[in-house]
Write a protein of this length. Structure first.
Length: 318
C-alpha cells in the first residue's frame, strides 16, 4: 500500500513538472517604458508577465502594466527580445491585448471552459510569472474561493478567483492553470499589508468575453447607478439568508428607487450577493435597459425598469 501511495505521489509530481515545461513556453516577461520628460536620459518603467492568447500574434496581460506606455519590450522564455504594440485594453477588468511579431507567437495553452467545469475551492492550481524580473518562476497552491467581490478605496472588482498561490510584484499578467494544464485565469494582484497568501486572478472566461469586445471597440461596462450592501433578513445573521439592500442611488434613479429597497431579482435572476449582482449587470450590453424586482417596506414587490449607464474606473455603483 505504501509503495502504491509513493508511486501515485511521484506520478502527480511528474505531471506538474511536465505541465510547467509546456506552459512556460507560452509565458513572457513584459517591460513597459514611459519617457521621463523631466530627464530625457531616464525612463520610468513597470514590469510584469503575460502569455500567448488565442488570436494569432497576440499576448494578453494586465492593463495596469502597460497603461500609458511609450514602448513595450517583451522577453520570451528562450531569451528572445522584441517589441509589442498595444491593440486595446480594458482598465476596469484590468486586461490588455498586445500584438507581437508573428514569428515569436506560440500556440496558447488550452482554455478551460468554466461554464462546463466550474472552479471549486480546494482545487490545485499553478501560476507562472516573472516576480522581480525572475523569469519563469513557478508557484503552486489551491483555489481558496470563487466569485470574490473586492472593495478597495480605489476600485471595485467582482467575480475574481481567490487563491493562496504565492505571488509578488511581476507576477501580474501571468497565467494560472489547473492540474490538466488548462488556463483558468490571469494573476492580477494580491492584498497588501499584514496578510499572506490572499491573491486574486481574473477568470479566463471573462478575459475571453471582454477581449472580444475590446477588439470590436465595444468594451463598455454598464452600471445601474445604485449603491448596495449585503445584509441579512431582519438584519439577523442567524437567518443565513442574505439580501442586497440599496443604500444610495444616482440622481437619475431617485424617482424610481428608494433607500432600503431590497433587490430581489435582476432581469429575472434571483440576487443574494454583490458579486452576483455585479456579474449580471456586467454581462449586459450598453446602451440597454434592465428590470429590477425590488421589495419596499410597507408597499411590497415592485418592478422597476432602468436605463444602463457606462461605468468609469472609479465608479462605485452597481
Amino acid at each position: 500500500m505504501l509503495q502504491m501511495i509513493l508511486i501515485l505521489a511521484l506520478n502527480l509530481e511528474n505531471k506538474w513538472t511536465e505541465l510547467v515545461q509546456k506552459a512556460e513556453k507560452t509565458v513572457v516577461h513584459i517591460v513597459s517604458l514611459k519617457k521621463n520628460n523631466d530627464n530625457l536620459w531616464t525612463n520610468n518603467h513597470s514590469e510584469g508577465s503575460g502569455f500567448m492568447f488565442q488570436m494569432e500574434g497576440s499576448i494578453i496581460t494586465n492593463h495596469h502594466i502597460v497603461a500609458n506606455s511609450d514602448q513595450i519590450i517583451i522577453s520570451s522564455e528562450e531569451g528572445t527580445v522584441f517589441s509589442a504594440e498595444l491593440i486595446g485594453s480594458d482598465p476596469i477588468l484590468d486586461i490588455a491585448i498586445l500584438k507581437i511579431p508573428i514569428q515569436f507567437w506560440k500556440k496558447p495553452l488550452e482554455f478551460r471552459n468554466l461554464e462546463n467545469k466550474k472552479l471549486l475551492p480546494g482545487e490545485e492550481v499553478m501560476a507562472i510569472g516573472n516576480p522581480f524580473g525572475l523569469s519563469s518562476s513557478v508557484s503552486k497552491g489551491i483555489i481558496s474561493a470563487v466569485d470574490r467581490f473586492l472593495d478597495t478605496k480605489n476600485y471595485l472588482k467582482w467575480g475574481l478567483i481567490q487563491t493562496d498561490v504565492a505571488t509578488n510584484p511581476g507576477n501580474s499578467g501571468g497565467p494560472m492553470f489547473d492540474s490538466e494544464g488548462r488556463l483558468i485565469g490571469m494573476t492580477s494582484g494580491k492584498l497588501a499589508g499584514e496578510v499572506e497568501n490572499i491573491n486574486f486572478a481574473i477568470p479566463i472566461d471573462k478575459i475571453i468575453y471582454w477581449s472580444e469586445k475590446i477588439l470590436k471597440n465595444k468594451a463598455i461596462h454598464p452600471m445601474i447607478g445604485l449603491e448596495v450592501k449585503e445584509d441579512y433578513i431582519n438584519q439577523d445573521a442567524s437567518s443565513m439568508k442574505k439580501i442586497l439592500k440599496i443604500t444610495n442611488m444616482s440622481q437619475s434613479t431617485k424617482n424610481l428607487i428608494s433607500k432600503n429597497d431590497i433587490i430581489l431579482k435582476i432581469n429575472g435572476y434571483a440576487i443574494d450577493s454583490k458579486s452576483k449582482a455585479f456579474e449580471i449587470v456586467d454581462s449586459l450590453d450598453y446602451p440597454d435597459t434592465i428590470e429590477l424586482l425590488i421589495f419596499r417596506y410597507g408597499v411590497g414587490e415592485i418592478k422597476v425598469s432602468l436605463n444602463l449607464k457606462p461605468r468609469e474606473l472609479d465608479d462605485r455603483y452597481l
